[in-house]
Design a protein around this ligand. Structure first.
Ligand code: BGC
Length: 235
């Protein structure tokens, strides 16, 4: 499985608030390795995170290009926000910095956008939310992405944002029962706002969703966050 037999392999990286995950993908986007994971270093400064990615990359076989899902707004490889990492990321050219370290081309996209790319059916209006350290969101129309939706920081209820009500800190503070009731309210509110055909719920805490879901709402496995990495190289 190397470039000698004509295969371009992609290292997919998911930078999360609590873990950094990597996996190797074949040209069709199928996983070639088991996911490798390391704790997100704290403080989550640019250099230590890049070092962690480099260490994780060394555990994988040869690859030719890198896709990164980043937990903040990303424009042309530059990270513009990073609420759950460190202010050092504001205005940081992650694509160039990682490319220089690993000598490979790098493309970076918001983590929820990447998760969505790994899950959607590319038909109609599809909304993706991710439940983890933060609250991620991604919107697609016939498979075309509206990048950097950032709904997590918008007001949801009781003067609090979606992330304040449904992020990991809220889950830990309020418990699963209350968090699930809040999620039910969020789903109803999002259906009214977006009139989506499908809503996908991903992220590390999606497995804690216990409510009965409407037929157009689906839980997606967390690995979608890495599988979406292949789409960044499709024009
Ligand atoms: C960030 C989003 C990200 C989400 C999930 C939020 O705090 O603003 O960009 O997608 O967390 O990681």
């Amino acid at each position: 499985m190397t470039i000698e037999n004509g295969l371009i392999l992609t290292l997919s990286v998911d930078i999360g608030g609590s873990g950094i995950k990597v996996m190797l993908l074949d040209p069709q986007g199928n996983p070639l390795t088991k996911r490798a994971r390391a704790e997100t270093p704290r403080p989550a400064k640019t250099e230590v995170i890049i070092n962690t990615i480099v260490t994780l990359a060394a555990t994988q076989e040869e690859f030719h290009r890198i896709s990164v899902g980043f937990p903040g707004v990303v424009r042309s490889g530059v990270t513009e926000t990073a609420v759950n990492l460190d202010p050092e990321w504001i205005g940081f050219d992650l694509a160039t910095a990682l490319s220089e370290r690993l000598n490979k081309p790098v493309r970076v996209i918001n983590d929820a956008d990447m998760q969505g790319l790994g899950a959607i059916s590319s038909k109609g209006v599809e909304l993706v939310i991710t439940l983890g350290t933060g609250f991620g969101s991604a919107l697609f129309m016939d498979g075309k992405l509206v990048p950097n939706l950032e709904m997590g920081h918008h007001q949801f209820r009781k003067e609090e944002t979606y992330e304040e009500q449904l992020g990991r800190a809220a889950l830990e503070k309020q418990g699963e029962k209350k968090w699930n009731r809040r999620l039910e309210k969020a789903i109803a509110s999002l259906q009214h706002l977006f009139n989506y055909d499908y809503l996908y719920i991903g992220g590390g805490e999606a497995e804690k969703v216990k409510i009965e879901l409407p037929p157009n709402v689906k839980i997606i496995p967390n690995v979608a966050g890495l599988l979406g990495g292949i789409t960044l190289w499709r024009d």
